[in-house]
Design a protein around this ligand. Structure first.
Ligand SMILES: Nc1ncnc2c1ncn2[C@@H]1O[C@H](COP(=O)(O)OP(=O)(O)OP(=O)(O)O)[C@@H](O)[C@H]1O
Length: 274
């Protein structure tokens, strides 16, 4: 999927929130959009999801199975939660029984199983957000757009959503998200879209600052460490400290492996995205 020369402003005289934006989205990519308040993150996500039409340019190759959790879930619809999910599943082409099965599973996964029969209008804000998330995950979307979908969820539901998103990305779903927690899905995020002044700067996880782990007491010598998980480079510093470079996706596993080596002492961890 590609955004080709996207330009968008609100009103005829409004500032251009997006100008000549070119972006490529590949299957399985997890993409975080970031930038200061009001820079146009939600606007860009709406364009990606097909909920806003750009004034200039075009979106090419958006999958038919696109799902979107907007920043604000539309005001109460006249359905009980599970009934709404069943109807949304039908809209996405699922048989009624399958839609109900998936809706039930997702409500339970998000800790809202006790609210299945309650009308949306009578749900708390957080439970309503769970229904908004469930409708987006229902039909195995090929593109999943999440605008602060974690906001308002309790801790368990936030973790469940993290896991659902990672599982789907592993199976090929492209995910674009905005979230105010800078560490959200940090280990798994492939690309960052940094918005500012109408432009979008793209950085990939690989291009990010490496995580450096300095250690001493390496019994088998520095060469043995290059076989540990995610090691990109091994350098011996002037004071004989061994410096390993890795990325954020591997730094936890590498630290665990180092700590399990007899005699090895981790002296310092530095670098990374944040
Ligand atoms: N429908 C609209 N009509 C006019 N202006 C709008 C409309 N929607 C958004 N805006 C303005 O466009 C700008 C970008 O809004 P947007 O919600 O995309 O930013 P954002 O980066 O997501 O902000 P935040 O981090 O605060 O959620 C803001 O100044 C907002 O007031």
């Amino acid at each position: 999927m590609r955004l080709d020369g996207i330009g968008l402003r609100h009103g005829r005289r409004g500032p251009w929130l997006l100008r000549d934006v070119q972006l490529e989205l590949l299957p399985g990519q997890l993409i975080r959009a970031q930038g200061r308040n009001g820079c146009g993150k939600s606007t860009l996500l709406r364009v990606v999801a097909g909920a806003a039409r750009p004034g200039r340019g075009q979106v090419l190759g958006r999958p038919a199975r696109t799902a979107y959790v907007p920043e604000r879930f539309p005001p109460a619809l006249p359905f009980p939660a599970l009934e709404y999910l069943r109807l949304m599943g039908r809209v996405h082409g699922l048989p009624a029984a399958e839609a109900e099965r998936r809706g039930t599973r997702l409500l339970s996964r998000l800790g809202a199983e006790g609210h299945a029969d309650r009308p949306l209008a009578r749900l708390s804000k957080g439970t309503c957000q769970k229904v908004a998330v469930a409708q987006a995950l229902l039909a195995d979307p090929a593109l999943l757009v999440l605008d602060e979908a974690w906001t308002g969820l309790d801790t368990d539901a936030r973790t469940a959503l993290d896991e659902e998103v990672e599982e789907r990305a592993d199976r090929g779903t492209t995910v674009v998200f905005v979230d105010h927690d800078p560490s959200r899905l940090g280990l798994r995020t492939d690309l960052r879209w940094a918005l500012g002044d109408g432009t979008v700067a793209v950085t990939s996880q690989e291009a990010a600052t490496p995580v450096r782990i300095d250690c001493t007491g390496v019994a088998d010598g520095p060469e043995a460490l290059s076989a540990l998980p995610g090691v990109r480079a091994v350098t011996v510093l002037a004071d004989a400290t061994v410096r390993l470079e890795t990325d954020e996706a591997h730094s936890d596993a590498l630290l665990r492996a180092l700590l399990a080596l007899p005699g090895t002492h981790v002296r310092r961890v530095s670098g990374g995205l944040r």
